[in-house]
Design a protein around this ligand. Structure first.
Ligand SMILES: Cc1cc2nc3c(=O)[nH]c(=O)nc-3n(C[C@H](O)[C@H](O)[C@H](O)COP(=O)(O)OP(=O)(O)OC[C@H]3O[C@@H](n4cnc5c(N)ncnc54)[C@H](O)[C@@H]3O)c2cc1C
Length: 225
């Protein structure tokens, strides 16, 4: 098979990038390859499930900008695709006097980052939110939410396929994995063997599958090795 772009890694970054590319270039012939039997089996499916508000990052930094833009893009995607989430808010707590200055810095940083509705809370107000909480001061951040990122990935994959892309799973085995000359951990989860030959734009998935693909570009999002 011949593709314009092949993305390796079916976590949220690979999937979201694949869909964005297809939306921008509907005629693109794109495939996404995942080594596990299901999507989002690594960081994405095992993270804390928090929708971050962008409180912590240095105002004006790329991280702050990306986090806040990503926050709004994620909520829009969920609203448009009926994916459940809960903007339950969170509290950031100082448990000792020595932490108060840092807490106030964080509060100011949140305001500079454009977060609305931040509240500085005293001990009594904190206890009213969470009786088991031990803190002397806190910040309530109403924008923070929780979500199941596996649900987001399932929907992303469905939309990739609806937009003409392919999501494929590489046959799992217990062998070694090679990407070019790089060996990664022996017998690490279920890894097939990928041989990536950059010179002739060819990825070969060897052994278990007789699966040969050619592409113009390959994008690697297999974060975990
Ligand atoms: C403990 C922890 C908690 C976190 N909590 C949050 C949170 O609450 N909120 C938040 O927004 N972010 C959180 N993050 C960050 C977030 O989870 C990651 O930034 C995000 O999941 C990274 O996605 P990814 O697609 O890059 O990586 P991954 O989800 O790890 O995806 C990489 C994919 O590549 C596949 N792969 C690897 N090698 C190959 C290969 N050779 N061939 C084919 N496929 C391959 C893997 O199987 C995997 O599916 C947390 C991170 C950690 C570690």
């Amino acid at each position: 098979m011949k593709y314009d772009v092949v993305i390796i890694g079916g976590g949220i970054v690979g999937l979201a990038s694949a869909l964005k590319l297809l939306e921008k270039q509907p005629k693109l012939k794109l495939a996404l390859l995942e080594k596990e039997a299901q999507l989002a089996q690594h960081q994405t499916g095992n993270n804390s499930g928090v929708i971050h508000s962008g409180l912590y990052y240095k105002p004006g930094s790329l991280k702050a900008k990306n986090c806040i833009e990503g926050y709004h893009m994620l909520l829009k995607f969920c609203d448009e695709n009926n994916i459940a989430y809960d903007l339950c808010g969170k509290v950031v707590v100082a448990t000792e006097i020595s932490e108060i200055d840092r807490l106030h810095d964080l509060y100011n940083r949140g305001i500079e980052n454009g977060l609305e509705g931040l509240e500085l809370l005293d001990e009594k107000q904190l206890k009213a939110i969470e009786p088991y909480l031990a803190g002397i001061q806190g910040i309530r951040v109403p924008q923070t939410g929780i979500i199941n990122y596996k649900d987001v990935c399932t929907k992303l994959a469905k939309k990739i396929e609806e937009n003409g892309g392919e999501v494929s799973f590489i046959y799992p085995n217990q062998g070694q994995n090679h990407l070019g000359d790089t060996d990664f951990e022996d017998n690490y989860d279920c890894i097939g063997i990928i041989c990536f030959d950059i010179d002739d734009n060819n990825i070969k998935i060897e052994e278990d599958m007789n699966y040969d693909i050619e592409m113009e570009k390959v994008i690697l999002y297999q974060d975990d090795w």
